[in-house]
Design a protein around this ligand. Sequence first.
Ligand SMILES: *Cc1c(COP(=O)(O)O)cnc(C)c1O
Length: 340
Amino acid sequence: MADTLDWSNLGFGYRKTDYNVRCYWRDGKWGEIEVSSEETLNIHMAATCLHYGQEAFEGLKAYRCKDGKIRVFRPQANAERLQHTCRGILMPELPTETFLEMVKKVVKLNERFIPPYESGASLYIRPLFIGIGAQVGVRPATEYLCMMFVTPVGPYFKGGFATTPYVVTRKYDRSAPLGTGIYKVGGNYAASLLANKNAHDLGYSCEFYLDAKEKKYIDEAGAANFFGIKNNTYITPKSTSILPSITNNSLMQIARDLGLNVEQRPVPIEELETMEEAGACGTAAVISPISRIDDPDAGKSYVIAKNGTPGPISEKLYKTIRGIQYGEIEDKHGWVMILD
Ligand SMILES: *Cc1c(COP(=O)(O)O)cnc(C)c1O
C-alpha cells in the first residue's frame, strides 16, 4: 500500500502503482487515451521495437509541494524532445497536447503514490514509445504505442548534496558523431551498459564519454550532461552526439538569470584542469557534483572539488532549480505545470 511505503528509503527502482495510460497509433492516426491497470504489454513477436530498436523514451518527475500542490517540471519540453526523437527514427509524432493530457492523467490516477513533500522523494514518470506493427524487413512499423507509467523514486542524495568520482571510457563509445546520441532511444543505453558496469566495478559513480571521433572533447557523463564552472562562466559541451538535457537547458537559463556567462562549445578534456566546479545534470539527480575525473588510459586524473565538497555555484544552481520545481522560487520562464 502506498501509505505504508518508506518514502525516504526508496531507491530508483520499479514499484507497482495502480494505473498506466496508453495511446495507439493505427491506420495513420492516434486513438483515444486508454487507462490500464495491467503491468504487461501484449505485442506481436515481430514488433519493430523488439528487433530493430524502434523505441524511444522520456523521463520526468512530479513533485508534491509544500503548498500541497503537485508540480511537473517542463513537460512541454519532454513532449517536444520526444517528437524530435520520433522524427529521427521514423515514428509518428505524438501531439504536445496529447502528451500533456497523458502526463496529467497518469499522475492524477496514481496520486496516492506521490511521495510527501518532507520525504524528498518524487514520482518518476516514464513515457515509452514503441513500434508494435509486425515487420521482418528493416522498415518502420505501421502501428505504434505511446504509454506512460509512474513509479515513486527516492531522493537521489540520501546523505545530502555530495560529490562523486567519474572515469573516462576510451574503450567504448555511446554514440557516433552523426548517430542517434541526440535522440532518447534505448539503443544508446544498450551501447553504454558495458562501460557503465566497468565504471561501477571500479567504484566510480559513472562512465564519462569523450567525442567518438577524436577523443578530444567532452561529450557526456553517462546518461547525464556535463557542465563546468570557471571565471563566473557556466560551460557545457556542444556536440552532435549528446542528448539535449532539459535539466542542462534549464541550468543554462538559471545561470544567465544569476548573472553568470554561459558558453556552449566544444570542451577539450584538458580544460578540466582549469575548472573550478563541475557536475553531471539530468532529471534523476538534477545536479550530481563531480569530485574528480580519472582518465586512466591517458594516465591522467583531474581533481575538481579540491576539498571534496560541491562548489558554491553548483549549490546555488541546485537550490534555485529545486526551488522552482517545488514552487518556492518564482517560475519566471513558465516551466512548471501545476496539477489540481
Ligand atoms: C535523459 C538523458 C539526459 C538527461 O536529460 P534530462 O532531460 O535533463 O533528464 C542526459 N543524457 C542522456 C544520454 C539521457 O538519455
